[in-house]
Design a protein around this ligand. Structure first.
Ligand SMILES: [Zn+2]
Ligand SMILES: [Zn+2]
Length: 267
């Protein structure tokens, strides 16, 4: 197992970062604190979106297969601190830790995220994901609800929750961060007919989703979020911006069945 140069202890760094986040996030947006959680789960699966794992140093193109070779000497070595970033060679690991590399900044974040409890994960959903897309998804939600009746906002996030929360420009695999959110509006009937039938894991969320839909009203939206890492949650949260503003903006989305938002694109 390769190790990394050491300044502060990993526990110290993780603690510092967690404290900083706790101080920052309750005040990010008062309205978004007005949230009632009805269901959540770590489904503990990873979607097979890739066949190979890239060396975590951004500029290194080397990859190893996701099923690593039997011979452990031939495998990429993981960072001894976070156990997450994996490198093709000792050189790449050292480069990534030095000035100009990314991992010195990311490593404590990855460690901190691993130790997140439920409350911190909830905060990560609100601040990291919903906080970034609310100006678009709530007008979309308000328009659809007025048109088709009760339902919920379904946010599918093809990146792990940690990527939404931490503003790093590179993933743990050294790839450029490309966060996206696909929003759709789903009625309870569509949920049963289409999503539950096609996705066993979502069936687990059924009770929480229906409860959230039951609690939603003209100023509160029912939301179901699903992240690449397997974290899924249903909740009711205040509509931000104000519902009248959303109603005025909703015409922009009238023709759209789904809304795709690319967070890291400038376009
Ligand atoms: Zn690390
Ligand atoms: Zn490398």
């Amino acid at each position: 197992m390769a190790s990394t140069p050491n300044d502060k202890s990993e526990a110290e760094q993780a603690e510092e970062l967690t404290a900083k986040m706790q101080k920052l996030t309750p005040n990010v947006d008062g309205a978004l604190q007005d949230t009632t959680w009805t269901w959540e789960d770590d489904l503990l699966y990873a979607l097979p979106a890739r066949t190979a794992r890239k060396c975590a140093r951004r500029d290194c193109p080397k990859t190893e297969p996701l099923e690593p070779p039997e011979d452990t000497a031939k495998r990429f070595a993981a960072c001894a601190k976070c156990q997450t970033a994996r490198y093709c060679s000792r050189e790449c690991q050292i480069q990534d830790w030095k000035k100009g590399g990314r991992h010195k900044r990311m490593c404590p974040q990855l460690i901190a995220f691993k130790n997140f409890d439920r409350d911190q994960k909830r905060r990560a959903v609100i601040v990291g994901c919903l906080g970034k897309v609310r100006l678009y998804v709530f007008p979309f939600y308000v328009g659809k609800r007025a048109k088709v009746g009760d339902g919920f906002l379904f946010l599918q996030c093809p990146a792990p929750l940690e990527d939404f929360f931490f503003d790093t420009d590179v993933t743990r695999y050294g790839e450029p961060q490309k966060r996206a959110v696909v929003a759709s509006y789903v009625t309870p009937k569509e949920f049963d007919d289409e999503l539950v039938a096609a996705d066993f894991e979502l069936a687990l969320a059924r009770r929480g989703v229906l409860e959230a839909v039951g609690q939603a009203d003209d100023s509160k939206a029912a939301v179901l979020c699903k992240f690449r890492c397997g974290f899924v949650c249903a909740f009711v949260t205040k509509i931000v911006p104000d519902v009248r503003v959303c109603a005025a903006l909703c015409a922009d989305y009238e023709e759209m069945a789904t809304l795709r938002l690319n967070i890291d694109d400038d376009s």
